[in-house]
Design a protein around this ligand. Sequence first.
Ligand code: SF4
Length: 310
Amino acid sequence: MKKPRLLTKSRFKLALDCPTKLFYTRKREYENQADTDSFLEGLAQGGFQVEELARMEHPNGVAITGDDYNYQLVANRTKELLKQENVCIFEPAFLIDGLFIRVDILVKKGNEIQLIEVKAKSISSSNHNSFIKSTGSFGGWDSYLYDIAFQKYVMQLCYPEWKISASLKLVDKDATTSVDGLHTCFKIVSNSDLRTGIEKKDGLTKEDLGDTILCTINVNEEIDLILTQNPADETRSFPELVNYFREHYQSDSKIFTEIGSHCKACEFKEDNPTAQEKSGFHECWTSQLQLSVSKKLAMPANPCLSAHAA
Ligand code: SF4
């Protein structure tokens, strides 16, 4: 069966980086240097361990398991659990109108929802005030915040009656662990049902972990700004931007982006392209330079994050 062409969270983030990349992604014939095993990469960066640590703060949380690519199945399982008045879910899935997301941790109390995004990134909680900078950017946190904004947007489409509060769960630079060998409490296993692939030591409780090394940073102000003013794109509102990416991804049509210095780190680059191993980078540059020579180049500026990222 043909897989649905959904605008997922990772595709949305890719399109923010460069909208043209949406056309090259998930196509075998195009080289993608970033195509490493995301599971191994997550482990290497400590992301999954931090996620498990964050989950420990919600001992009653229920994880949505199942084939990650069976979007309908995991969305249905989530929907079923959400019938409960109060529930905490790890990795809930939301699918609506060609959009798909999974949330790290969701806490539901009636219609009051906490959306928690966990990152293995550190911050000094005592010095933090806001991510919003006078320049209109978010001081290098742009892609994390746009990611959360996309999640909130999709959740709100599914449940318009919800009041969603968003936060980032990060490693607190101001904290020190009161337990020796904390890392040994989390074991990496190859056959886990959980996406994180991490299993906790038997009988491990939140109390065993001592003082928390994580902090919760409320990002409601930042997310509201993105959803209402969309500072990364002066020409489109946030819903228009989502729609723009969704339509192009669904119809598999390429969005043209002006080539430039942002292409330097393009992952869709094959040094010796052939018909079987194509290079998106070469296609962009060849077509645009040819157009340029024949005075036909009239490309819009890259409307998205690359211009704003710190
Ligand atoms: S070469 Fe440049 S314009 Fe083309 S996909 Fe890569 S980053 Fe985008």
